[in-house]
Design a protein around this ligand. Structure first.
Ligand SMILES: [Zn+2]
Ligand SMILES: [Zn+2]
Ligand SMILES: [Zn+2]
Length: 219
């Protein structure tokens, strides 16, 4: 056994032997859906009544096992995180099935409706390492010349990445990548989606000569 594995095993046994810590850790693990690579959040928060200024609740990651709040990574790729990818697949299946035959709050009459499979793609925030395929043959990640970006890093990547390559999805240059844009876009995507669906209903109603409310009533 390697020294690192030996240390990890010792750590696991120590935790398992301490009932209180083990249960608290096990609860956190379950909440993070046993993600294999959870995001570890540090920090504290307070809930303050806006009228009286009274502190109604406090939270600190320091009180949790290992002093961190575990959050599932939410990865879709099974090679990166099998539990998160299984949950994603299950959720996606349930959503599609409910949209086609009803259930989960959707009426069964939906089965008689025309269906459209529409794929909406998020904007790019910069070049990232990826896998490419052409006619079943794996192609280099991002072929190109010897050019560099403004930070002097290569603007191309000739590697053919394996599916398990940890660099997949990482920017070619982290200074070029628009991280603030990606964070803001993800934070505001629910509102963007809300407005998009309103727009879709409006143009559908316009196309078939119904009012927006008459169309909504038809479900
Ligand atoms: Zn995960
Ligand atoms: Zn690459
Ligand atoms: Zn750069």
């Amino acid at each position: 056994m390697t020294p690192a594995r030996h240390d990890a095993l010792e750590h696991v046994l120590r935790r398992a032997a301490d009932g209180g810590t083990f249960d608290a850790w096990s609860d956190r693990g379950r909440t993070a859906r046993w993600c294999t690579n959870p995001i570890r959040l540090l920090g504290s928060s307070r809930v303050i009544h806006s009228g009286t200024g009274e502190i109604q609740g406090t939270f600190s990651s320091a009180e949790l096992p290992d002093g961190v709040l575990l959050k599932a990574c939410g990865q879709r790729r099974a090679t990166v995180c099998p539990p998160c990818s299984a949950i994603y697949k299950g959720d996606a299946w349930q959503l599609v099935v409910a949209g086609l035959r009803g259930g989960k709050g959707v009426p069964e009459s939906v089965a008689g409706h025309p269906a459209v499979f529409l794929t909406l793609t998020a904007p790019s925030f910069g070049t990232v390492h990826s896998t490419r395929e052409l006619g079943g043959t794996a192609r280099p990640c991002r072929p190109g010349g010897p050019e560099t970006c403004v930070h002097g890093r290569p603007a191309a990547c000739e590697s053919v990445h394996e599916a398990q390559d940890p660099h997949l999805g990482e920017p070619l240059c982290e200074d070029c990548f628009d991280y603030p844009g990606a964070v803001l876009w993800n934070a505001t995507v629910p509102e963007l989606w809300r407005r998009t669906t309103i727009g879709i209903w409006r143009s559908l109603a316009l196309q078939i000569g119904f009012s927006r409310t008459a169309l909504a009533r038809k479900g």
